[in-house]
Each structure stands twice: as C-alpha cells, then as structure tokens.
Write a protein that binds this ligand. Structure first.
Ligand SMILES: Nc1ncnc2c1ncn2[C@@H]1O[C@H](COP(=O)(O)OP(=O)(O)OP(=O)(O)O)[C@@H](O)[C@H]1O
Ligand SMILES: [Mg+2]
Length: 453
C-alpha cells in the first residue's frame, strides 16, 4: 500500500493530542501530519494537506468548533471529522453532527472508544490508503456442485497472472470444503480464519505476508485458503469477508473468488462485491434450468445482466443442445466455452500441478489464456503481452465473429481455442442469430422453461 490515511489533530489538551497520536501510530496506514491546539493553524494545515481525517475538540465556546467543522466540510467534503467533547447532551452532539462531524468521542477519551472508532472505519481507511481501487473481483459461481468452479477459478488466476505479469489473488470461499490448496498442492501459512481474527490489522502488507504463495513458470498467485477444520468456517462473518475482499481489491489487479453452491450471506458478499460474476453451467437440462433460476435471482438482487458472464464448462461441440439454444432459453449470452478434457484436468488435480505442464492439457491451457485475454482486454501476439484494449466482452465477441485472420492485431485467434469449433463458433457466440430449424428435443427444451421459442 503506497498511500496513507492523513490525519490532523486539533485539540487544546496536549495529553489528549498525545493519546490520539499514539493510538493512530499503531495503525501502519495512518499518518499524523500535525497536531496543534490552534484552530487557525489547524485550518491552514488542512487547507494545504487535505487530510482524510481531522480530530477536533469542542471548547468553551462550542460555536467556534462548529464553525471550523462547517468550514472544513464545505471546502473539503471528503474529510471525515471526529469531534470530542465533555458535554454529551443530545443537543451538543446534534449541533456537531449538523455542522458536518461524522463521529463523536466523549471526553475523557477512552482508549477502547478510540479503538472502536478505528475498527469501525478500518475498511474505509484502508481503501483511502490504497488510493485508486483499480482491482477487479471476479466471482466464480454455480448453484450446482461439481460443475468446475474450482477448476475455472484456479486456472483463470494462473492465466491472468501469466498474461498481466502481476500477482493475482485467489480466494477460497468454499469455507466448508475448499479445494484450492489441493488443486495447487500448497500448505497455507494462515487461513481465512486467522485473517478474520486479525481483521483490525488487515492491510496489503499483512495479506502479502500471510497468504500462501504459488509460483509456476510465469504465474504468481496469492491464495487465501479455506479453514483447516469444517467447524471453523462458522467463525468467519460476512462483514469480515467484506473487509478482506475490499483490501484484496485495493491490492491486486485481479481477485478471483471460488465459491460454494449456497446463497448464504458470505457467498452473497462475494457476489455483491464482484465486478463480474462468472456463472458456470453445462449444456444439459438440469444445469440450464438451475442457471435460469440463478439468473432470475440475480435479476431480483438487482444485478446488472452485464455483470453476469455465462461460462459453459465441459463443452462438446457436437452436443445435441447448441449454444444458441442455451442463449435463447436463458435470454443471456454465453460469454465463453471451456472444452471437455476430463483426463487432463483430473491428472492435473491429482498431481497438484498446473494443467499447462501436461502434454494433453495444452489446448485447455490455451483456452484459459484466451479467456484471461478476453477478460483483461490484453491482446497477445505470439505469446507476448502487447496492448490492453478496453473493449467490452460483447464487442470483442463480435470482433471474433468477423473472423479476420489476416489481421494479427485483433483478438487472440479464436480458432486456436478448441472451445470455439469453427463451424459453430459464430452461432454459439451470437445471441441474435436467425432461428434455425429446431429438432424435436428443442421444443421439449423450450416447454420445460415455459419459454416461447
Ligand atoms: N473442462 C472440464 N473437462 C472435464 N472435466 C472437468 C472440466 N472442468 C472440471 N472438470 C471435472 O469436474 C469435476 C469437478 O470440478 P471442480 O471441482 O472444479 O467443480 P466445483 O464446481 O468446484 O465443485 P464443488 O461444487 O464440489 O466445489 C472435477 O473432477 C474435474 O476434473
Ligand atoms: Mg469447488
């Protein structure tokens, strides 16, 4: 974390100033710019340095404090003001709050009150200290088990790290029975339970030193592992997950989250915070039906459909149900297809090695590299990172459909992906194809979902 939360302390009592300064100095991301008793000098410091937080006391003439608070909040709207006073009448608290103060501390200030305040705003302070929140959270989800969430989360994290040439965070939110450490054959130094216990200390440095690292070839992944014991999973709260994910987002360019099938508050936190949800499905009726239920629920939760990318796993090009059928039934575009390769994936899992190291895993490995390119907008040319083109996924799919092999500067050659079998590629990726003659199975398909086809 490069930046800090800047603080100015204005208080008539030097002992109180010392008390506040020493409490703040226990937080590595807090930086006290100055402490002073003078309102005039204090305001000048605020004007010059635009601190994130100002501590100020209510004095004999409380209106001087209220005026100062008003001035600060008028000109520096993002500055949080913590006011302290002996008088805790509702009237004085209201007057301070109406002037623009965000928090009130009763004097004499108790260490526990000060710590509680720091804890309460920890997440916001960490986000401030991290500067721009440029990271993206990708949550891999399906409401049926065994569809390939962990396979996709792990391989996507490895590929994104390889093509961005930066570390990627990989979080195992399957708290009861997570698999990521098995897939990567790593022993975590700490699990999410340890991190939850130390939530007040969580910042980028803390996470980087406590997460398990996995390095292979050009991939570098930091893993936040699931608890060692099933019972421990209950100890982790949704609020703690919220804080950890916020810090990870502020620290890493990509945060990939593997989830469980349940819609509990912890999974919902990961879905809410996601910049993109990768909804995993397979081309068969039970799975498509359950994907429809999930999409309906996402609609009810108010998620923008653009936030949800549908991934078909274990794709077989000659499947009776086509990608177009899936899209029409769900009213949702299929963003990506991952080919079926049980042998390679199982061998990689059993040996705890990346799929790229297996001879028969090359095609599926390439598919994950292509997916990472699609997500990041990075265009690879002969394996080298070239440019970052912020094109929306839908637009990129259209480019793919245009299929201009002579132009090497466009998207990754989609023909190299086994998922995009040339004869079906256009059909599978376009939601607005001219309807084709449907086989008998098709009407059953439509009726099952009560969808007019
Ligand atoms: N593209 C694929 N081709 C063939 N087999 C696959 C593919 N993706 C995953 N599998 C297989 O599917 C099984 C389940 O995969 P995985 O553990 O990733 O699913 P999951 O959704 O994480 O399951 P759970 O809900 O139990 O956590 C594994 O045995 C894996 O080998
Ligand atoms: Mg799993």
């Amino acid at each position: 974390m490069s930046k800090t939360v800047k603080v100015v302390v204005i208080d008539h009592d030097p002992l109180v100033r010392d008390q506040i300064v020493s409490a703040l100095s226990s937080q590595p991301y807090m930086e006290v710019l100055a402490e002073t008793e003078s309102f005039v000098y204090g305001y000048e410091l605020i004007r010059q340095n635009r601190p994130n937080v100002v501590f100020v006391d209510i004095r004999e003439d409380p209106h001087r404090t209220y005026d100062l608070i008003k001035r600060i909040t008028t000109y520096f709207k993002d500055t949080m003001i913590v006011v302290s006073g002996h008088e805790i009448s509702l009237e004085s608290i209201m007057a301070a709050m109406q002037s623009g103060a965000r928090e009130f501390l009763k004097r004499p200030i108790q260490a526990s009150d000060l710590n509680a305040l720091l804890e309460k705003h920890h997440q916001a302070f960490v986000a401030d200290a991290s500067g721009d929140n440029t990271g993206r959270i990708l949550t891999v989800f399906s409401n049926k088990g065994g569809l390939g969430k962990t396979t996709i989360a792990v391989n996507l994290a490895l590929s994104l790290s390889e093509i961005t040439k930066k570390p990627v965070a990989l979080v195992d939110l399957n708290l009861q029975l997570g698999d990521i450490t098995t897939f990567l054959d790593i022993m975590p130094r700490q699990t999410i339970v340890d991190i939850a216990k130390n939530i007040g200390r969580v910042d980028a440095t803390y996470l980087e030193t406590s997460l398990a690292e996995f390095r292979h070839a050009n991939s570098h992944v930091y893993v936040l592992a699931d608890p060692l014991n099933v019972e421990e999973a209950e100890e982790v709260t949704a609020e703690q997950i919220n804080t950890v994910l916020t810090v990870l987002k502020a620290t890493f360019e990509y945060v990939i989250i593997d989830t469980t099938t349940s819609f509990d508050s912890k999974t919902l936190t990961a879905l809410d915070l996601a910049d993109q949800i990768l909804l995993v499905s397979m081309v068969n009726l039970p799975n498509i039906r359950s994907s429809q239920r999930v999409l309906n629920l996402f609609d009810r939760l108010g998620y923008d459909r653009q936030k949800v990318k549908l991934l078909i796993n274990r794709y077989l090009p000659d499947d009776e149900i086509t990608t177009q059928d899936v899209e029409e039934t769900l009213g949702h575009e299929v963003s990506w297809k991952i080919p079926n390769n049980y042998q390679a994936i199982m061998t990689a899992i059993n040996r705890g090695i990346p799929i790229s190291t297996l001879q028969d895993g090359k095609l599926i490995y390439q598919n994950f590299i292509d997916l990472a390119c699609q997500i990041s907008g990075i265009v690879l040319h002969q394996g080298k990172k070239e440019t970052k083109v912020p094109v929306p996924v839908k637009a990129k799919i259209k480019e793919k459909e245009m299929d201009t092999p002579s132009d090497n500067s466009t998207q990754v050659d989609s023909a190299s992906s086994p998922a995009q079998e040339p004869s079906k590629r256009k059909k599978g990726f376009s939601p607005k194809q001219t309807p084709v003659e449907k086989p008998a199975r098709k009407s059953l398909f439509g009726n099952l979902f009560g969808k007019k086809k």
